[in-house]
Design a protein around this ligand. Structure first.
Ligand SMILES: Nc1nc2c(c(=O)[nH]1)N[C@H]1C(S)=C(S)[C@@H](COP(=O)(O)OP(=O)(O)OC[C@H]3O[C@@H](n4cnc5c(=O)[nH]c(N)nc54)[C@H](O)[C@@H]3O)O[C@H]1N2
Ligand SMILES: Nc1nc2c(c(=O)[nH]1)N[C@H]1C(S)=C(S)[C@@H](COP(=O)(O)OP(=O)(O)OC[C@H]3O[C@@H](n4cnc5c(=O)[nH]c(N)nc54)[C@H](O)[C@@H]3O)O[C@H]1N2
Ligand SMILES: [Mo]
Length: 775
């Protein structure tokens, strides 16, 4: 898609009129201007549906319009009037569609009919649901090694569908249940249980009202969790320091105007969000947070010498934690020069954060992909917990650790059993509940599934949502390998790249979305999901489904199970499909401590909260205490050469106009980049040093020694406020540069925020003059 590419640094706050304008545009483009506005009024309400965009908290007392610009875009995207019908597929071969970009593919509209790939004509052709499910069942039963089928899910589908899907995989015979969180917050799910005994954050919405300091690492609320700007605004107005660490100056973290407040909009009132902003090097957080811890210890030492009140919470540390002595000795041996070099910030900057933190009574630490998608992601998250533990900031009102989750139900899916790790699931309970012997060996996560696909060992790949092929690393290797899979099943709402790389037998199976009504034999059904703070909410669709041929995700799983598995009186798939409350009953049997009285409690305003032992200072860790974790070292990235400044760190970015691989448009408003996604954001000094020109095109090549050539060309240079040595380009286009082995150790989350790359000039001609920003 080519529009005029422009770069004009954005001067307005996040939210505000820009946000209101953008919303009007998107509703009219999707052809739902009037009805869309009505639908939005039911978003995140007790009697309505849970937003399909991010996982941020849905408050008990919602605003009159509890949605944001990007939540509204996600809604408009789902309720669009555009349709991708059998006529569309008849008009285009799959090979032809390979040239379409992500935006064009999804703009075709909602999928309306089940389709099967026909290799002869190279087209998808209509198939009946009955024939599709029967063939899938036959293919699944024909697979000899039950470990060679994979069941992926993207974190959008409900607890009810997810629970059945995980149960189906285990009845089938494996734990191959990778999901989108394997590319996302799996780092959190590995790091936090070791540190504090739970896999999720400890913070509630109420804590934001009580905190007096917020540390913000590598998360971009302005685009990715905009409703979060409301509690941040309230905190900032109370004078709470918000200290941000991010290589880019993200507008949502700088200034905000509440688009829902008439007074603020008319008066042009804006709130500064961050009180200080530190442009840390990509991957520099392990060193940076270590520096803050070290500075805190030094301030504490000085206070003790002077006979003043110490800054460490001695009592908490002595009674509640383990590993402090080792951690402190390690901190004392760390060299300031080295820490400063690795994070790219001054010692004074780290000390100033430590001083503010030392005086705050209650602190919240927020983080996102800027910490989790790095080689040392797990150690970095644990270092942030160390910092919190030093002053007893877990399990106290107004404090805690706050990972901001991605997909709207990614956390809930994990809670109800979608995981490759058998130790996280009560297998004995499942065995008794459903009368079978569940597989006890570890299944494949996302990276391992990719490795097995590359090795030609995967025979069937089922996708319950998502766009796997586009979201994963190493596209140039994965796409050809993907075609060799015997069976690929895309359960989806829109056309995407994964569907047009067919396996030998391939289906596109369209389902109803969460905003739509779900009618089954006993009447309209509701579903439920868990937000970022561990609250579980009911959700009820409000729109007529996009096509009469759609089925629900629950029904899809049930049909696949009936056609694949031997009958079992303990798994009444049809009864479950007819009445989802029966599924919730089963969830309550498997996880009684979380899901008792599920059917009733999910309608409580604000949802019901799952138990969070760490919040009560009950530590479900091996030591029975909260653990200080001393890292092996500070090498944040094994794949990054220590010397040679030709290798730059590539951060793959989300624009303000996309939801993961779904590209809504070409306006990254807050970053001022419009009309194109084919850009690379670079520091001025790097542009000069490498002899490049703004607006001219370059090619990125991955720096690696594995003999694979990975390159992305045709990117225009933008001079951007980003630390020297770091560059930015958009995800998913840049995924071709990300090697499959470049992942966070122990969580295997692809290290998408620091890919070692070199830059190569393709032309000296300035083809995109609009990218030269006026000084
Ligand atoms: N509208 C919209 N909403 C979304 C999504 C979307 O695509 N669009 N995606 C959803 C999903 S699945 C997820 S996981 C979340 C993602 O939401 P975020 O966690 O915000 O993810 P990103 O935008 O990828 O990156 C976050 C920030 O990390 C910064 N960063 C990069 N490298 C580093 C680093 O080394 N250190 C530090 N401190 N910061 C760094 C980047 O500049 C960026 O501001 O949002 C969810 N919500
Ligand atoms: N380089 C790089 N790579 C990344 C990231 C990064 O920051 N950088 N981020 C990673 C992260 S955090 C994530 S979560 C993954 C995302 O990976 P995925 O979750 O796999 O990808 P999405 O783009 O969210 O999936 C979009 C598709 O989901 C389908 N869909 C939408 N709604 C529904 C529904 O209700 N039901 C069903 N069945 N299908 C639906 C639509 O067909 C749509 O095309 O990507 C990861 N990849
Ligand atoms: Mo994510």
């Amino acid at each position: 898609m080519s529009q005029k590419a422009t770069f004009k640094p954005y001067t307005a706050p996040a939210g505000g009129w820009g946000s209101a304008k953008s919303l009007g545009k998107i509703l009219s483009r999707e052809g739902v201007l009037a009805s869309g506005a009505l639908t939005l009024a039911r978003q995140n309400k007790v009697d309505g549906f849970q937003c399909v965009s991010c996982a941020w908290v849905k408050p008990a007392k919602p605003l009159p319009f509890e949605f944001c610009e990007n939540g509204a875009k996600a809604t408009a995207w789902e309720i669009t009037s555009h349709r991708c019908t059998p006529d569309f597929f008849a008009a285009h071969t799959v090979t032809e569609l390979l040239d379409w970009d992500d935006y064009q593919l999804e703009q075709a509209g909602r999928l309306t009919h089940p389709m099967r790939y026909d290799a002869m004509s190279d087209k998808y052709v209509p198939v009946s649901w009955g024939a599709a499910m029967a063939e899938i069942g036959r293919e699944m039963r024909a697979i000899e090694d039950r470990k060679s089928a994979v069941f992926y899910s993207s974190g959008r589908c409900s607890n009810e569908a997810s629970y059945l899907y995980a149960l189906f995989a285990r009845l089938y015979g494996n734990n191959n249940l990778p999901d989108s969180s394997n590319m996302c917050h799996e780092t959190t799910s590995v790091a936090l249980p070791i540190s504090i005994g739970i896999p999720v954050g400890t913070v509630s919405l109420d804590d934001f009202a009580e905190t007096d300091c917020i540390l913000f690492f590598g998360q971009n609320p302005g685009s990715n969790a905009p409703r979060m700007l409301h509690p941040l605004q309230v905190a900032a107005e109370r004078g709470v320091p918000i200290i941000t660490y991010n290589p880019l100056r993200e507008r949502g973290l700088e200034r905000f105007t509440n688009p829902q407040s008439v007074v603020e909009m008319v008066a042009g009132k804006e709130t500064r969000i961050s009180s200080s902003y530190h442009q840390i090097m990509a991957g520099g957080d392990l060193a940076g947070i270590t520096g803050i811890c070290k500075a805190l210890i030094e301030i504490d030492d000085a206070a003790r010498v002077a006979g003043e009140t110490p800054f460490l919470d001695d009592r908490f540390i002595a009674e509640q934690t383990h590993g402090m002595d080792e951690f402190i000795s390690w901190l004392r041996t760390q060299d300031w020069e080295e820490l400063v070099r690795r994070c790219g910030l001054s010692r004074a900057a780290l000390e100033s954060t430590a001083r503010i933190y030392a005086r705050a009574k209650a602190t919240i630490a927020v983080y996102g992909m800027g910490l989790t998608q790095h080689r040392a992601g797990v150690e970095t998250v644990q270092m942030l917990v160390n910092l919190m533990l030093l002053r007893g900031n877990i399990g106290r009102p107004g404090s805690g650790i706050c990972p901001v989750r991605g997909h709207s139900n990614v956390q809930g899916q994990r809670t109800v059993g979608i995981t490759e790790k058998p130790e996280l699931v009560p297998m004995d309970t499942l065995a008794e509940q459903f009368g079978f012997e569940p597989p006890r060996d570890t299944g494949l996560n996302t990276v391992e599934a990719c490795e097995e696909i590359l090795a030609g060992k995967v025979k069937a790949f089922i996708m319950l949502g998502g766009n796997f092929v586009r979201a994963i690393p190493d596209r140039s290797l994965m796409e050809p390998a993907w075609r060799r899979i015997r069976l690929t099943v895309n359960v989806a709402t829109k056309l995407n790249r994964s569907q047009i790389i067919p396996g030998e037998v391939s289906f596109i199976l369209p389902v109803i979305g969460r905003i739509e009504t779900d009618s089954q034999a006993t009447g309209e059904q509701s579903t439920s999901m868990e937000d970022s703070t561990g609250c579980i909410h009911g959700s009820k669709g409000v729109r007529r489904p996009a096509s009469p041929h759609l089925i629900s995700e629950v029904r899809f799983v049930a049909e696949m199970a009936k056609h694949t598995l031997d009958p079992n009186p303990k798994t009444p798939w049809d009864e479950w499909t007819a009445d989802y409350s029966l599924i919730r009953k089963q969830i309550g049997v498997t996880y009684p401590e979380i899901f008792f009285d599920y059917d009733k409690r999910m309608w409580e305003p604000g949802g019901f909260k799952r138990p969070m032992p760490a919040r009560e200072r009950v530590w479900k860790t091996k030591t029975g205490k909260a653990n200080f974790i001393t890292p092996k070292g500070l090498d944040e990235d094994l794949d990054m050469p220590e010397t040679g400044n030709d290798v730059l760190r590539l951060i793959t970015l989300r624009s303000n106009d996309q939801f993961n691989t779904t590209v809504y448009g070409y306006s990254d408003r807050f970053r001022g980049i419009n009309g194109t996604r084919d850009v690379v954001l670079m520091n001025k000094d790097d542009i000069e040093r490498l002899g490049l020109k703004v607006g001219a095109t370059i090619r990125l090549e991955t720096s690696s020694k594995d003999g694979v050539y990975r390159a992305l060309g045709g990117l225009a240079v933008v001079a951007y406020d980003i630390p020297a040595g770091c560059i930015g380009a958009y995800y998913p286009e840049a995924n071709v540069l990300l090697p499959i082995w470049h992942y966070a150790e122990s969580s295997k989350v692809p290290a998408a925020k620091s890919i070692p790359v070199t830059i190569h000039k393709e032309s000296d001609e300035v083809t995109e003059p609009g990218l030269i920003a006026a000084e």
